[in-house]
Design a protein around this ligand. Sequence first.
Ligand SMILES: [Zn+2]
Ligand SMILES: [Zn+2]
Ligand SMILES: [Zn+2]
Ligand SMILES: [Zn+2]
Length: 351
Amino acid sequence: MKKFFCNCTAIIFFENNQCVSCGSELGWCPACKTMRTVISDNNGNYHCSEQSCGAALTKCYNHAVENVCNRFLLTESVTGAAEAFCDYCRFNETIPDLSVDGNREKWHRIEIAKRRLLYTLDMLNVPYGNSQDGFNTPLSFDFKGDTEKKRLLWLNMGKHEQVFTGHADGKVTINIREADDVEREKARVSFGEAHRTVIGHFRHEMGHYFWDVLIKEKQEEEFITIFGDHNNPDYGTALELYYENGAVPGWQQNFISAYATMHPWEDFAESFAAYLDMVSVVDIAFHTIPVNPIDPLSAGFKEIADQYTQLGLLLNEMNRAVGLIDPVPEVYTPAILHKIEFVHDLLRNTA
Ligand SMILES: [Zn+2]
Ligand SMILES: [Zn+2]
Ligand SMILES: [Zn+2]
Ligand SMILES: [Zn+2]
């Protein structure tokens, strides 16, 4: 990620909507495609403070009203009285029930992860779109929590819905419980996972999305040579087998995670997520660390993987120094890198 600066020269983070140094309002300018200091006319109208831009800007509805976004739209693109959503919020189809205590905070954390996810996809210039764009596999997001049975003493009714984080036909569903640190950590320990994060969920589910967009009926044969046959056994059978028997011993040689052993689709989604981890970390290094940086947009896969491994060691050490878990706990064997290289080629050739 690039470094962003306020007009006062203070550094701006991608998540901010106000400068911590001078208090100026900040946000994403879609014309500059960068975080900028914005100037308000006190009537709800804004413009970009960058002299060479100066675009007239309108706050995304989720920024102005819900306070979970920090992006702007070009005012000229805002039509009518409808709630105007930014380029990233327009993919939201379901948002959490905001009458439930704590849901707004969870939603905010989910939006922060979603913005980073989409930033990386835009950086890699891979195709996605929604139904308004007429995109073939329209992407949409559902963010919702499990609903409890209503405690009606005189009637045992009310709907109980358990929400599963997953992907189906372009719709990515995230159970907002994943944005609760305590709940997520409990799940991580009980599933024996090395790490579990909101952005990790997004990156994994987008792997399923891009399998549909880029591989289905296009590169299935090539896919099978690397990941195995996704039709045999079918997904349902593979799922049952996995929950019955667990991962095969020694899986670490060929799979990035135990879950990846379940079915070729999960292996691909896990490899896809690992690739987004790689390019995000290497990209941050490219823009911040002045030591032999490489640009993940032009570097070869081997260079990216080598640098990621080196930075991974550094990141782990830095996190251990302050008592946090390893951000890069995986071991990247040649077999695993071969799969991630497939993702690299797939996205490079599509961009
Ligand atoms: Zn400032
Ligand atoms: Zn601008
Ligand atoms: Zn927005
Ligand atoms: Zn999956």
